[in-house]
Write a protein that binds this ligand. Sequence first.
Ligand code: GTP
Ligand code: ZN
Length: 359
Amino acid sequence: MEEEDECPELVPIDTQTSPPAEQIPVTIITGYLGAGKTTLLNYILTEQHNKRIAVILNEFGEGSALEKSLAVSQAGELYEEWLELRNGCLCCSVKDNGLKAIENLMEKKGKFDYILLETTGLADPGAVASMFWVDAELGSDIYLDGIVTVIDAKYGLQNLCFCIYCFYRQIALADLVIINKTDLVNEEELAQSRDTVRYVSQVKLSLIFSHRVDLSEVLDLHSFDSKNGANLAEKLQLMKTTRPHLDKSILTVTFEVAGDLSEDALNVFVQDLLWEKMFKNKEGQPMTVIRLKGIVSFAGKAHQVMLQGVHELYELNETPQLWEENPRINRLVFIGRSLDKDTLQEEFISRVVQGANKE
Ligand SMILES: Nc1nc2c(ncn2[C@@H]2O[C@H](COP(=O)(O)OP(=O)(O)OP(=O)(O)O)[C@@H](O)[C@H]2O)c(=O)[nH]1
Ligand SMILES: [Zn+2]
């Protein structure tokens, strides 16, 4: 990614007319790492909406294959179409790949009537949104319906310190902000998140209690139709200032390891990593994990187990997906600061993989 990569000049499509009926709406779902974008997306897919929805994920780093399988195993056959966008920085490079993905998708026209696009947690949604104006041809097939930003009630404010730019942009550009994980915070903390959002923008705010949200508040917002001309002009102004900004100190480490894991040892490993911050990189700095994902195998369990972590919270859940490969391959993704792949992988293998240290 080149620092000097300029984002394209915006060429607004005719804003005076409402989108014709045959155009397909796109809702962009954005939010910081682990905020709950995929959870919201899955909720929308399983809710009664009488729509055939196509999903596009744009994931950070090398984790996309894993993310894909994670999402598929959550929602199974509900996904109409799978497209993988493999690039590290959405805000500078989604333009080409994103367009390609959507264009590929449009070749399957008729198979779906709504698109949900989940951006990476480190994305500037302005760049994604702008591609709908840049590409006139695309503009005749689809239209941007709205930008929905998911905020983690527990870690949202902490994330603000990690990447104030992402946070600001994600809220400022939103048509709807959803404060998620309200179950993890008290009234006071919730009020704090709410006030911070209000401070940045006067957008519509929704709270989610255990992922439930009224779909009419999320889909078919028509945020950029002519009747919302002012909104459009304002957003375009904001998007014009889009520039590459990806926080270079955030690293992604992924590895695959064959074998069965000990569940107890995995718990201790994850707790040492997330809670005790016991692992250090080669410079002696403690590794800080913001996001952790994995598909792991436990001996004697026929199903794949999903590992999900956000800051110091993590969970292990059995998925409906049966193991088909032999030997089974554990796949892990760590996103954070001061991460060192060699150390993480060595510690993981020696402490967690069964039989690794025997003999
Ligand atoms: N307690 C609680 N946990 C939640 C809620 N919503 C999501 N989570 C958990 O938060 C973790 C991350 O959720 P995802 O939906 O994968 O987050 P995401 O924003 O798609 O993550 P990335 O794509 O990696 O940036 C998972 O472990 C979820 O189970 C919620 O409302 N309450
Ligand atoms: Zn996700």
